[in-house]
Ligand binder design. Structure first.
Ligand SMILES: Cc1ncc(COP(=O)(O)O)c(C=O)c1O
Length: 366
């Protein structure tokens, strides 16, 4: 007899991993929005140094990392949640806030983990379509908020569409959301967003709206995706207490904590990497537009493009894969006939551009 699993387990969508993901192969890995830059040597050293003491559990208060984030952003440590990746905090928020009868509202397509929250909790998910430029439609989202709403997710810049809204618009939206509804502003890519100014700008919103949570990660700009560290700057301590309550203790390992603390000390290098990534991104956008494709205005470390009707998305993705370039197919992310392409090294991006031109040339005679 097979094992009998909980009904909710059948409801939870399986996370769409990139096809052909192979860390050892000679491929341009442009499918997972990671950083193409390795962690700095000082960060690797800091993580390595703590390994000798890992017979002990990690610091349960996460004091050095909380302290470093508190110093950097001027948010008290009690209002900083940490997690095994920002996904960990997101899923914990679902567990802490949602239940059958409750509602969660978010734009779609957005981050592919969002549907997990309703499926796991039994809450109702309300997915709101994007506008014509593939941006969040905040009026439409506001219109879906009811007495049952517990959680609203705004992904800014949005994954997979790369677009960002200005903070003025978000501020006005937050002014329309009742104070008991938690709003998570998922800022996984905020460091790359020219539209947002700098990473301090959204802190002003936190001061004005205590129901707001700014969700961020070390997986992208800090290049620590393999260690899994995320954090949330919270409008109130209640949110941090709730997400800690529903999780296992010691959710953030010692090496990840040490690496994150060290990574924060190298902001000059972070800025240099952002500048390089943005320059490469603009070149990739231009090239894809030059091939006649619609490309969203990106504020992230990836681009999002639409394919013409005449092309089958799967053929384009496999054509790119045959040429050693892994990208993410839009169908798996909520919109067919689209591609999400991470900005890689200059050589990888060139490989992508050449491969795309060849695939389109074969199929459309471009
Ligand atoms: C919008 C968004 N939020 C959150 C995450 C989760 O990042 P992590 O769990 O690695 O911190 C990702 C990762 O791709 C993302 O795209």
């Amino acid at each position: 007899m097979p094992i009998e699993f909980a009904e909710r387990t059948r409801r939870i969508p399986v996370y769409p991993l990139a096809a052909g993901y192979d860390l050892g192969a000679d491929v341009a890995m442009l499918a997972s929005n990671e950083s193409c830059f390795a962690p700095l040597p000082a960060v690797v050293e800091a993580a390595s140094r703590v390994l000798g003491g890992t017979n002990r559990y990690p610091d349960p208060a996460y004091a050095p990392l909380r302290g470093a984030l508190a110093d950097r952003y001027g948010v008290p440590p009690q209002r900083i949640a940490l997690g095994n990746g920002s996904c960990d905090i997101l899923l914990a928020a679902g567990e802490a806030l949602l239940e059958p009868g409750a509602e969660i509202v978010y734009a779609w397509p957005a981050f592919s983990v969002y549907p997990h929250l309703a499926a796991a909790s039994g809450a109702r998910a309300i997915q709101v379509g994007l506008d014509a430029e593939d941006r969040h439609d905040l009026d439409a989202i506001a219109a879906e908020i009811t007495v049952a709403t517990r959680l609203v997710l705004i992904c800014n810049p949005n994954n997979p569409t790369s677009t960002a809204l200005g903070l003025d618009e978000i501020d006005a939206f937050l002014g329309r959301v009742p104070g008991h509804v938690c709003v998570i502003l998922d800022e996984a890519y905020c460091e790359f967003a020219l539209t947002l100014g700098d990473t301090y700008a959204s802190l002003e919103l936190l001061r004005k709206h205590p129901n707001l949570v700014l969700l961020r990660t070390f997986s992208k700009v800090y290049g620590l995706a393999g260690l899994r560290v995320g954090y949330a700057l919270c409008g109130t301590e209640d949110f941090r207490v709730a997400v800690d309550q529903v999780r296992q203790p010691f959710y953030l390992n010692a090496a990840a904590q040490a690496a994150a603390v060290e990574a924060l000390r190298h902001q000059d290098e972070v800025e240099r990497r952002v500048t390089e990534t943005v320059a490469e991104r603009l070149a990739m956008e231009d090239q894809a537009r030059g091939l006649g494709l619609w490309v969203a205005r990106s504020d992230a470390n990836f681009i999002w493009l639409h394919l013409p009707e005449a092309l089958a998305e799967a053929d384009v993705v496999s054509g790119l894969r045959d040429r050693g370039v892994l990208v993410r197919a839009g169908a798996a992310l909520g919109r067919e006939r689209s591609l999400r392409v991470t900005v890689g090294t200059a050589a990888e991006n060139e490989r992508f551009g050449d491969a795309l031109a060849a695939v389109l040339g074969n199929s459309l005679g471009v």
